[in-house]
Design a protein around this ligand. Structure first.
Ligand SMILES: Cc1cc2nc3c(=O)[nH]c(=O)nc-3n(C[C@H](O)[C@H](O)[C@H](O)COP(=O)(O)OP(=O)(O)OC[C@H]3O[C@@H](n4cnc5c(N)ncnc54)[C@H](O)[C@@H]3O)c2cc1C
Ligand code: SF4
Length: 326
């Protein structure tokens, strides 16, 4: 598979990157490591005419702060650097752990944290080469007019498949964007839209500058990932849990996020409700896992039988919460 022709620009400053993007208009797209964008271009799923690298923008490579005051990670920091960074490992070990579970060492050397959070949604009927997709007359997400997963549906159900997204939502990370119109900072939870085509609440011309992690004052978080091949595959279920415990080991705040089963991460509010104000014991953990099972509704568009993935939502929530209770 070959890349289509495109103009490649490598700006050295954020201002230049934003200007090139503004000039390119809808034909422009940012690229970081390219581990998601270039395969998509080879499959003719995304066809930008101007590709703007964000890898020479110095501010996007910075990591500053710590768990006490909060940590800022530049969007172009590679996944390998996230895995190896001493402060991330010490103060935000859940972030390093989830990054270590992403694809392979080679892809982690190229892939960035920003690219991971802005990943295209995935589906068995979409992540195929052009001829394969042409053979089924394409689908709603690109070039076609029917969804093969839910043929009566006017919505695309392609799956949000990043390992870091559920973690960032669970711990309350914030994302800083810039465009020629100015800057804005939003909660990670507010970025994702429950639609496999229109999956980000961000304009295409907005550049992700940095990810801001909140101070760690008392919270603990964990992440569990389901996939077939442990050394390679995308998550087909990811469970991120975050709890604040007081000195009596009572949960004062809880968040449970499921990834890999829908176009956006799913917050299980019923799970948080059963944990809130209670000790993190086996009774509450089992009730929270049941709530995750009830709310999880994976469709048949990734690896494994969807009903089994639903069952696994219970098991993986048990694992994530038991890890926090230890
Ligand atoms: C075989 C294989 C296995 C994989 N396994 C996993 C896995 O297990 N888990 C997982 O989470 N991912 C997986 N991935 C996906 C991918 O490798 C990672 O998510 C990686 O972090 C993407 O980062 P990147 O820098 O290469 O993104 P790119 O491909 O450069 O960009 C991805 C998207 O983000 C946009 N973008 C990038 N940076 C910016 C920015 N600063 N501002 C605005 N837009 C930006 C691009 O325009 C593009 O739309 C896998 C990929 C492959 C090919
Ligand atoms: S969920 Fe439907 S519309 Fe979306 S990519 Fe899959 S087949 Fe296409």
């Amino acid at each position: 598979m070959r890349l289509p022709k495109f103009e490649y620009r490598v700006p050295q400053t954020i201002a230049d990157a934003l200007k090139i993007m503004a000039d390119a208009g809808p034909n422009g797209q940012f690229v970081a490591g390219g581990t998601d964008l270039y395969p998509n271009m080879k499959r003719r799923q995304q066809m930008p005419k101007t590709v703007i690298s964000v890898m020479r923008l110095a501010e996007l490579h910075e990591i500053t702060g710590d768990g006490k005051g909060g940590l800022k990670i530049g969007a172009s920091v590679t996944l390998t650097d996230v895995c190896e960074h001493p402060v991330i490992n010490r103060d935000y070990s859940v972030v390093a752990h989830a990054a270590r579970l992403i694809s392979t060492p080679l892809l982690r050397n190229m892939g960035t944290i920003g690219g991971n959070l802005l990943l295209d949604t995935r589906c068995n009927y979409y992540d195929q080469n052009y001829e394969w997709r042409k053979g089924i007359n394409f689908c709603l997400k690109k070039d076609g007019d029917v969804c093969w997963v839910a043929p009566g549906s006017s919505k695309c159900w392609a799956v949000q498949s990043s390992d870091l997204v559920p973690v960032m939502v669970a711990i309350g990370a914030r994302l800083k964007f810039a465009s020629t119109l100015g800057e804005r900072v939003i909660d990670a939870a507010g970025l994702y839209n429950d639609d496999g085509i229109d999956y980000l609440r961000k304009r295409p011309d907005e550049l992700l500058i940095a990810i801001e992690l909140p101070p760690t004052n008392g919270w603990r978080a964990s992440y569990q990932k389901l996939r077939r091949r442990g050394a390679f595959d995308f998550p087909v279920l990811g469970v991120a849990a975050c709890v604040h415990l007081d000195s009596a080991q009572v949960v004062t705040e809880a968040k449970l996020i499921l990834g890999g089963i829908a176009p956006s991460p799913i917050e299980i509010k019923d799970a948080a409700a059963v944990l809130q104000g209670k000790p993190l014991d086996s009774t509450r953990i089992e009730a929270a896992a049941e709530a995750a099972y009830v709310k999880a509704r994976p469709l048949d568009n990734t690896d494994f039988v969807s009903q089994w993935r639903k069952q696994m939502a219970r098991q993986y929530t048990l694992r994530a919460l038991n890890e926090l209770a230890e």
